[in-house]
Write a protein that binds this ligand. Structure first.
Ligand code: AFP
Length: 331
């Protein structure tokens, strides 16, 4: 494969008709550079005293890891000056972060989970950064929460970085999904998969089975049938994975198919994952790669948000499996 760096990919996407304006292209490149900086910091681990809890809680009432805060600061500082953003939203901050008056404002809204899977940090399991880009409504000078209340189908770009054995950037600007691998010697993200396609069928499901007692009947039915295997109604055996880092689960599904499920249940009555900066970007990516993403009843990208940090049930991955589960909900 010819060696194409992220910046060349973005220019070529724009030339071939993608809605990648110079402003959006710069935004994506800056976010990628911020992810590179996060990758370096995550990689230092105990050597840089960045592991463990920060002793604080985020808006979700969840204990923050030191790296949650560091990653959030890296993304905020990297994106304030560029003149392409009207405001930012982060899992780690209650309100939208306004662009300081000393910098120009732009037309985009950036949302992110700065470090997804951070409960895995201290046990050295892959974590990542998830981001979503919306357009700021015209005429909005200082965007408050209302400016962000757009369904996921309005996203103009989405992506995630995964800090694993290699650092990867998965990106869509609405014309398929590409994967870039960080060349740690040159510091650039190099195109390594030009167009990702998720197999429509799978034999692999990902769900936290310890939540079984709280599941709704359609979820219980689907998993029971997978576990029944070849002698059951599915007529084939299934494998299970659960990493507790959504970025790692989604990347595995992008590479070999599968279904990821974190449905709403009797405990997480709204769902556990956040709509705006986890479910929406991941659903945009999965659909762009030929997969499907619903909350069991509704296409995730069609959900009209009502709050920045609202949660949602998530069932995404290989289209035929997601359709099957959604069908069970419809009965
Ligand atoms: P943390 O960022 O708090 O570790 O949560 C990660 C996550 O949002 C998502 O990445 C995982 O798929 C899911 O939560 C894991 O949830 P459980 O810990 O309940 O299995």
């Amino acid at each position: 494969m010819r060696r194409v760096a992220l910046s060349q990919y973005l220019v070529e996407q724009a030339r071939s008709g993608a809605a990648v304006t110079p402003e959006l292209g710069l935004l994506i490149e800056v976010v990628a550079r911020a992810c590179r900086a996060i990758s370096v910091t995550v990689g230092k681990g105990a050597l840089a005293d960045v592991l463990g809890g920060a002793g604080t809680e985020n808006i979700q009432g969840e204990a923050q890891k030191k790296l949650d805060i560091i990653s959030n600061e890296i993304l905020i500082e990297a994106n304030e000056w560029g003149g392409y953003l009207a405001a930012m939203v982060s899992e780690e901050m209650e309100k939208p972060h306004q662009i300081p008056n000393r910098y120009p404002r732009g037309k985009h809204l950036l949302l992110f989970d700065p470090l997804d899977g951070s409960s895995n940090i201290d046990v050295n399991i892959a974590v990542g950064t998830i981001f979503s880009v919306l357009r700021c409504p015209d005429g909005v000078g200082e965007p408050d929460e209302r400016a962000f209340m757009q369904p996921g189908r309005c996203q103009v770009a989405a992506g995630f970085a995964i800090y694993g054995p290699s650092t990867l950037l998965v990106l869509t600007v609405g014309r398929g999904v590409a994967v870039f691998t960080l060349d740690k010697e040159t510091g650039s993200f190099v195109l390594t998969t030009e167009r990702v396609t998720i197999p429509e069928d799978t034999r692999e499901f990902a769900i936290n089975v310890s939540n079984m007692k709280w599941w709704e009947p359609p979820v219980k039915r689907y998993i029971d049938e997978c576990l029944a295997g070849a002698s059951g109604p599915r007529g084939k055996d299934f494998n299970m994975r659960w990493i507790a880092s959504m970025v790692a689960e989604v990347y595995r599904i992008l590479t070999r198919g599968g279904i990821f499920m974190y449905p709403r249940d009797a405990r997480y009555t709204e769902g556990r994952l956040r709509l705006m900066y986890e479910a929406n970007p991941m659903s945009f990516i999965v659909e762009q790669a030929g997969g499907a993403a619903t909350n069991g009843r509704t296409r995730i990208l069609d959900i009209s948000p009502t709050a920045l940090h609202q949660r949602v049930g998530v069932i995404l991955g290989s289209k035929n499996e997601v359709d099957r589960v959604t069908g069970y909900f419809a009965r």
